[in-house]
Structure formats: C-alpha cells, structure tokens
Design a protein around this ligand. Structure first.
Ligand code: DGL
Length: 271
C-alpha cells in the first residue's frame, strides 16, 4: 500500500483530511498526529523542523510517496528546508507539500478590498510566511496578522465548544479588527481553528469572510495529482484511512471519531 501521508502536530490536520477524502475518496491515506508533542505553535524553528522531518521520515517508511503537511506551523517553519535540503538526499522522487500556498492562491477570488487578516499560531505568525506569500501573489494586498496562542490548546483539550473558548475567540478576533477595521477576509491559518469556526463566525458577525483551508487544500491536491500522473499512478487506491498517533491511541480514537464524524481506530507510534 502506498497511501498519501497527512501530518499534523495533533488533531488539526483531520480538518484537512476530511475535506481531502470528500474530494479524493479513492486514495488510501495514512494520518499521523504527533499529539504527544503538540502544540508546535510555540516551539522554535529548529524544533519544529526536527519534529516535522521525523514525521515525514516515518510516513515515508510506512510507504507514503507523497506527504501533506496539514499544519501551518510545520508548513511555515519546516517545509522549505525539507523540500530543498532533505528530500534530494532521502528520495528525490518523493514529495512533501504544505497548506499555506493553496490557501494564499485562493485569496484573489475571495477578497474584494485586498485587506487580509491572518490568524495563526505564534510560530506561523512570527515566521511572516503568510505576509511574504500574500505579497508575492498579490502585491497590492495588505496583510495584518494576529497570533492566537490559546486556540490550539483549547482544541487539543476538547474545550473548543465550551464557554471558556468564547473569551479567547473574542480577544483575538477583536485584536485583528483593532489593527485593521477594514479587514474583509480572515484566513484561519491553522488547521485546528475550524473546530472553533462557529464561535469565530459569531464573533466576526459578517464583518469579513472567514476562510478555512480544508476545501482549498483538497482542490489543490486534486490538481497536483492531475499534473503529476507519474506520482498519482503510484498512490494506492483502496479508499482506506489509517491513523497513527504518538500519544495514547484510545484518546486519539475518541477525539478523531468526533472530528471525522465516523469511527476511527488509531495505533501508537514513536518518531
Ligand atoms: N495545526 C497546526 C497548524 O496548522 C499546529 C498547531 C500547533 O501544534 O500549535 O498550525
């Protein structure tokens, strides 16, 4: 079996996997959540890179020829080094893709005024990746960003629909609007954040369009496979999904079944 690998620090990548499976149900997938070491968002460049490379190697050794970093923090801090420095040595025929570019590419069709707000982990925001990529694709756009350090812990600890989450949703959304009241498009630049979508939408209250990444990444992957038939032919097509976690598999199984809205069975792995 040569599944498509999907990696995240924890549960957030499931929001991407869910949309990818809707778009491309025919392929096999192997999800890896490094739950034991999540969150990554407050970790340094070196550490995120080291952990992400370990995860990519694990997915490669499990047979994946294509790995999606379904994590903005890893995409922002590790993707380029892995693509440029590690892949040529490990196996130049394998591919690792991220979630930032597919998201940025879509903004031209979504924003009317070009005032973009980005919400992400401290790591993603301080890397400046979104500002840089948005400026490359759309030089006239203006980007403001806001780190939301409490949102991933709320999701990982299953507090995303509790009352306690309301305070931090209001805090970060209003900080973004305070910096740029004219923001017309808000990118949820962290794959955990769709779990907070209802609360975020309520707080935004129609002032801007809130962009989630799953559908955009799924469409971009479909397009990528279409453009790379040699890689596509090597992806196995049994419609199966397997899950690996570095934490307790029972805990992962329970949470992931809620996120995926179907029963999930996970196995534990070391990286
Ligand atoms: N889901 C992740 C992201 O998209 C990472 C969150 C974290 O581990 O802090 O950034």
């Amino acid at each position: 079996m040569t599944p498509i690998g999907i990696f995240d620090s924890g549960y957030g990548g499931l929001t991407i996997l869910k949309e990818i499976r809707k778009e491309l149900p025919q392929y096999d997938y192997l999800y890896l959540g490094d739950n034991a070491r999540a969150p990554y968002g407050t970790r340094s460049f070196d550490v995120v890179y080291e952990f992400t490379l370990q995860a990519v190697k694990k997915l490669f050794s499990a047979g994946c020829r294509l790995v999606i970093l379904a994590c903005n923090t890893a995409s922002a801090k590790a993707l380029r080094s892995i693509q440029q420095n590690d892949l040529p040595q490990i196996d130049p025929s394998r591919r690792v893709l991220g979630v930032v570019i597919p998201t940025v590419e879509a903004l031209g069709e979504i924003s009317k005024t070009g005032n973009i707000g980005v919400l992400g982990t401290p790591g993603t925001i301080s890397s400046g990746t979104y500002d840089i990529e948005i400026a490359k694709f759309f030089p006239r756009f203006r980007t403001v960003s806001q780190a939301c350090p409490m949102w991933v812990p709320l999701v990982e600890n299953r507090e995303y629909d509790g009352d306690g989450a309301d305070y931090f949703v209001e805090k970060y959304v209003e900080a973004l609007f305070a910096e740029e009241p004219e923001t017309d498009t808000i990118v949820l630049g962290c794959t955990h954040y769709p779990l907070l979508l209802q609360k975020i939408e309520r707080q935004v209250a129609g002032r801007a369009t809130v962009v989630t990444q799953g559908g955009l990444v799924a469409k971009s992957l479909a397009d990528y496979l279409h453009r790379h038939p040699e890689l596509e032919a090597r992806c196995s097509k049994g419609g199966a999904v397997n899950y690996l976690t570095t934490e307790n598999p029972e805990k992962f199984t329970e949470m992931a079944s809620i996120f995926m809205e179907q029963p999930v069975r996970a196995s534990r792995t070391d990286l």
